[in-house]
Design a binder for this molecule. Structure first.
Ligand SMILES: Cc1cc2nc3c(=O)[nH]c(=O)nc-3n(C[C@H](O)[C@H](O)[C@H](O)COP(=O)(O)O)c2cc1C
Length: 360
């Protein structure tokens, strides 16, 4: 750890006309980072900005049910970026205006999604393959919402032969994009391999003033600090680690600011986050969705609650709010006894294999 006395805290992020309180952003994770979860992460602290999952412009403009669920927000869910994908400039401009009217403080254009369904329609990381068209579209979106910053989220390039992110970020800045987030992998890598800090550093070096936000594989406060030290990025974005530990953004922000590593929340606090999440789902969706979702979602929370087999097993078969409450209460009662008998046990041994849960 660096000496706390010589600690240099990064200045809080400034994106266009939006001043953020810190340097740590919650990533969009389609199917996971909806308003119910974002509110939990925000309540833990350290979230300078959160983002919706990627939104389909057509769905948003027609206000179809699924798109409205994905775009749902509330006053506490602020500041918020709404992420749009697609390749049709006019639709994107119209959807950006819709987002600006429905709670977005920032509009983000997805230029990194590797999923076939998106790239085959020229959206997501397919935008990395036709830079003139992408720049034209970005500029039109910037002009469509002049009072709101527009940002882009990119990967390093489609593959190792086309590492376009530095050039693209430089040109995006020239057309008015206010910040660029870089996931330090190529499209071809999907989520394999390790994140490339040198690739993110090349993007930082390629722009003039706009903040570059580094993203990929941050699990701890030290990972975030290392990304900033090595790449010079102005902020970091965290995705998968937050699904298991929504308090990780608080840990990272505190560490970046002060050099202090916070202790993890108690098991009671972790259960309270889970409860809040469950009741948020009832508030924003409905009871049935919350129950079905939490049968799976418990696996994420369980990563930082070991030993917790009792909780996992009970939660996988819940069928009512009462079942949910009983699962949590029984687990906490059992854990209180277990913790008394095992006073030196630390539950930091998280299972880091996220793929099994994301596939679920
Ligand atoms: C299941 C899943 C869904 C994702 N959905 C989105 C999305 O909607 N928009 C986006 O820009 N990135 C999306 N991402 C990418 C993340 O935002 C992030 O860039 C990536 O997971 C790397 O960061 P991490 O290692 O902190 O998770 C998704 C990633 C996963 C695993």
């Amino acid at each position: 750890m660096e000496e706390v006395s010589t600690w240099i805290a990064p200045p809080p992020l400034h994106i266009g006309n939006v001043q953020l309180a810190g340097n740590v952003l919650l990533a969009p994770i389609a199917g996971y980072c909806d308003v119910s979860f974002r509110l939990v992460a925000r309540s833990c602290g350290g979230v300078a900005l959160a983002c919706t999952d990627l939104l389909c412009p057509e769905g948003v403009l027609r206000e179809n049910k699924r798109s409205m669920e994905l775009a749902a927000t509330c006053p506490e869910d602020s500041p918020l970026s709404m992420q749009l994908y697609g390749a049709d400039p006019q639709r994107l401009c119209d959807a950006a205006k819709w987002a600006a009217d429905h709670g977005a403080n920032i509009i983000d254009i997805n230029m990194g999604c590797p999923v076939d369904k998106i790239t085959k329609r020229d959206g997501g990381s397919a935008l990395l393959c036709n830079i003139p068209r992408t720049l034209d579209m970005a500029q039109r979106v910037v002009r469509a919402v002049p009072h709101i910053p527009v940002t882009a989220k990119v990967r390093l390039g489609w593959d190792d032969h086309r590492l376009v992110a530095p050039f693209l970020a430089n040109r995006l800045e020239q057309v008015g994009i206010a910040a660029v987030t870089v996931h330090g992998r190529t499209t071809e890598m999907r989520f394999h391999g390790t994140v490339r800090l040198d690739g993110i550093a090349a993007v930082v070096a390629a722009v003039d003033k706009i903040p570059i936000i580094g993203n990929g594989d941050i699990r701890t406060a030290q990972d975030a600090k290392q990304m900033i030290n090595v790449t010079g990025c102005a902020g970091v974005m965290i995705g998968r680690a937050a699904l298991a530990a929504p308090w990780v953004l608080r840990d990272v922000q505190t560490y970046l600011q002060t050099g202090v590593l916070l202790p993890p929340p108690t098991i009671q606090q972790k259960c309270q986050y889970m409860r809040d999440h469950f009741y948020n789902m009832i508030r924003f969706r409905n009871q049935r969705v919350a129950i079905l979702e939490f049968r799976k979602r418990v696996s994420w929370y369980a990563k930082h609650m070991n030993p917790c087999r009792l909780l996992r097993d009970a939660m996988r078969v819940i069928d009512s709010v009462e079942d949910f409450e009983a699962a949590v209460d029984n687990f906490l009662a059992w854990r209180a006894q277990w913790d008394l008998a095992n006073p030196h046990f630390s539950d930091t041994s998280a299972n880091t294999d996220e793929s099994e849960h994301l596939a679920a």
